[in-house]
Design a protein around this ligand. Structure first.
Ligand code: PRP
Ligand code: URA
Length: 209
């Protein structure tokens, strides 16, 4: 069974509360999502292996630490996952970025795939899939399946707000994928929106409603 990491640092909770407020506009919403993504990125990359590297400071030679091992790929689920890329990229500027385009059908709530473009060597990378909302889990599960079909074996899922239903589905279908979230909310409503949630993340990021 995969682990659920709830990254509820006080600064993250504070910023998330501002995002949840319906009076918060797109500009602030985007900015806060970027900031939280960077802060969550610290936890997601906490166990990345280091290697020794001989360097010379202006004072003397030393054995310094550098990141080693598998390279990183960030894979946002379009559209809303895009809002989490910049924060992670600030932390790991050399990370490659792939894109998976999915939207939820408004009636069935089932995900529909419309785009997939990934780095050629994606299967060699630690992949961080980003999507602010984990509701029914359908979109995330489909994205994780697509990545596994392309040979990825080391994947983490990074969301902002999750419903218990979505967590349970990802854990059932992808028990090897750890989930990182800032908050686990109460439930889904009849439209499969997270309660209390923050509304439609894509619309709030891009100002489309
Ligand atoms: C939202 C969200 C997730 C999905 C979550 O995307 O960003 O991708 O819904 O719901 P699920 O867990 O029930 O699948 P949406 O389909 O609204 O597309 P958008 O990001 O383009 O707005
Ligand atoms: N997608 C969103 O953007 N918000 C929800 O609450 C559920 C799915």
């Amino acid at each position: 069974m995969s682990q659920v990491h709830v990254i509820d640092h006080p600064m993250i909770q504070h910023k998330l509360s501002i995002m949840r407020d319906k009076e918060t506009g797109s500009k602030d919403f985007r900015q806060l999502l970027e900031e939280i993504s960077l802060l969550m990125g610290y936890e997601i990359t906490r166990d990345i292996p280091l290697m020794d590297k001989e360097i010379e400071t202006p004072i003397c030679k030393m054995t310094a630490k550098k990141v080693s091992g598998r390279k990183l790929a960030i894979v946002p689920i379009l559209r809303a996952g895009m809002g989490m890329v910049e924060g992670l990229h600030t932390l790991v500027p050399v990370a490659k970025v792939g894109h998976i385009g999915l939207y939820r059908d408004e009636k069935t709530h089932e995900p529909v795939v419309y785009y997939c473009k990934l780095p050629e060597d994606i299967q060699e990378r630690l992949v961080i899939v980003t999507d602010p909302m984990l509701a029914t889990g359908g979109s995330s599960c489909d994205a994780l399946k697509m990545l596994k079909e392309r040979g990825c074996t080391n994947i983490r899922l990074m969301c902002l707000v999750a419903a218990p239903e979505g967590i349970a589905r990802v854990q059932a279908e992808h028990p090897d994928v750890d989930i990182y979230v800032a908050a686990v909310d109460d439930h889904l409503n009849e439209d499969a929106y997270i309660v209390p949630g923050l509304g439609d993340a894509g619309d709030r990021i891009f100002g489309t409603k």
